[in-house]
Design a protein around this ligand. Structure first.
Ligand code: GDP
Ligand code: IMO
Ligand code: MG
Length: 437
């Protein structure tokens, strides 16, 4: 029963979309298992650049069923807009399935995200303002609205039900409006305006809403390859990341089982996607961040601007302390290294192999205290850089020797084998050493 998890090992934007799209060639199903349209996953096919936010990155493969899993928080109007963009590229969205138990991002979640960030002032988290935190808050508080709350269906094809949706919205809105009024002096929302805003999307999406866990189980029982696509990443995980500078879901491998609705015994491989340097958008500790010309060079060379919000990403050297921690909490069976080409042109490259703590001691272990994480100093190892450009590399031996040594050093320090190395944004710009599926 070959399910394969593909998830980010750092602070996001590692190139998960690229890796999932590539692997999807051999998959029957791709399932997004958490997050919402805070994600931005880029898929490049020839001259076509697709920026996916809620739609799984396998959508471009005709044989792939694309599933939005129960662990996601879905913004229905934004999803419809995204489907239109995908269809405009000539890609069919007929084989798209949306979990009936996935929660919805509501208009008041977007507003609350904005107001809560404003209220945090100088300690703002730098969220994507897509309503993710407030939507997961309502889920955990057991007052969220789920995709099934918009439709009538049972075991037949689901249809939009205005009455049901209005009743569900009506049941939760008084508390929401009370919060908006008391904390922010905001007039709040009416049931009618929310139903009107979501009705067209509900109509468009209704027939896709179903028990996706059942579909996944059927595929696995037939021995088909199922890819579980993580959004965000390990260091943004609500439990394992640099809390509170995290997202509100579980991108780590354990979250894949919960968010897709399958058991851990069905997972065969866990692929950790690692950018060969580090980037982070939003606030929070980042020990290897560079505030110098090399940092600016990485931003420009790598065009490190957010796929979702367009924000300039913070950039720095690879952090093997945080990555060893990511190996521990995810149980990676293989590594997909990305953006190796971006480092071409440096005389030397640095790898953070330890942290110096505020009291002067040096450790190779990730500190569980976020405040300490914000104070550590990175201890580096230096290796020779390389000048060659190698987008066309398809085999290990096509890579310059110093780049090979750099990749090998990462694999050795993490004690996990490399399965693929991405050398460009395009779907086929990749050196495959071992197919994990
Ligand atoms: P994701 O959120 O993890 O899917 O990553 P993003 O799509 O947000 O950001 C990764 C960016 O790097 C996108 O613009 C990709 O097209 C691009 N990309 C992915 N792999 C490579 C690579 O190996 N080399 C280069 N130069 N760009 C890459
Ligand atoms: P992909 O899937 C990078 C960051 C935000 C912020 C924090 C919380 O493309 O890798 P949220 O809106 O989730 O409440 O924001 O998490 N963040 C991401 N950073 N890539 C992402 O997704 C991210 N999704 C959220 O910048 O710091
Ligand atoms: Mg991204």
């Amino acid at each position: 029963m070959p399910a394969t998890i593909v998830t980010g090992a750092q602070w996001g934007d590692e190139g998960k979309g690229k890796i999932v799209d590539h692997l999807a060639e051999r998959a029957a199903m791709v399932v997004r298992y958490q997050g919402g349209n805070n994600a931005g996953h880029t898929v490049v096919i020839g001259d076509t650049v697709l920026k996916l936010h809620q739609v799984p990155s396998g959508i471009t493969r005709p044989q792939v069923a694309a599933v939005l899993g129960n662990g996601m928080v879905i913004n229905p109007p934004a999803l419809v807009e995204e489907l239109e963009i995908v269809e405009a590229e000539g890609i069919s969205t007929a084989n798209l399935h949306i979990s009936a138990t996935a929660h919805m991002v509501m208009p008041y979640h977007l507003l609350l995200d904005e107001l809560q960030e404003q209220a945090r002032g100088s300690s703002a988290l730098g969220t994507t303002k897509r309503g993710i935190g407030p939507a997961y808050t309502d889920k955990a508080a057991r007052r969220g609205l789920r995709m099934q709350d918009m439709v009538d269906g049972g075991d037949q094809i689901a249809r939009f039900s205005r009455d049901r949706f209005a009743a569900r919205v009506g049941a939760v809105l008084p508390r929401v409006n009370d919060e908006l009024d008391r904390l922010y002096g905001h007039p709040g929302f009416t049931v009618e305006e929310i139903v009107e805003a979501y009705a067209p999307a509900a109509q468009r999406l209704a027939a896709h809403i179903k028990d996706t866990g059942l579909l996944i189980d059927k595929a696995l029982r037939q021995g088909q390859n199922v890819l579980l696509e993580g959004a965000q990443a390990t260091m943004l995980d609500i439990d394992h990341g640099t809390y509170p500078f995290v997202t509100s879901s579980s991108p780590t491998a354990g979250g894949a089982c919960v968010g897709a609705g399958l058991g851990p015994t069905q997972v065969q491989e866990v692929v950790g996607v690692i950018k060969v340097y580090t980037s982070r958008v939003g606030s929070g500790p980042f020990p290897t961040e560079l505030h110098d010309a090399t940092g600016d060079w990485l931003v420009e060379q790598g065009q490190e601007y957010g796929t979702t919000t367009g924000r300039r990403r913070r950039c720095g050297w690879i952090d093997l302390v945080a990555l060893r921690y990511a190996v521990r909490v995810n149980g990676f069976t293989g590594l997909a290294l990305t953006r190796l080409d971006v480092l071409s042109g440096l005389d030397e490259v640095k790898l953070c192999v330890a942290y110096r703590l505020p009291d002067g001691t040096v450790t190779e272990e990730y500190p569980f205290d976020t405040e300490i994480m914000g104070q550590v100093e990175a201890v580096y190892e230096t290796m020779p850089g390389w000048q060659d450009h190698f987008h066309s590399a398809r085999r290990w031996q096509d890579l310059p020797e110093p780049a090979q040594a750099y990749c090998q050093r990462i694999a050795d320090k993490l004690d996990v084998p490399i399965c693929m190395i991405s050398v460009g944004a395009e779907r086929n710009d990749l050196v495959a050493l071992r197919w994990p599926i």
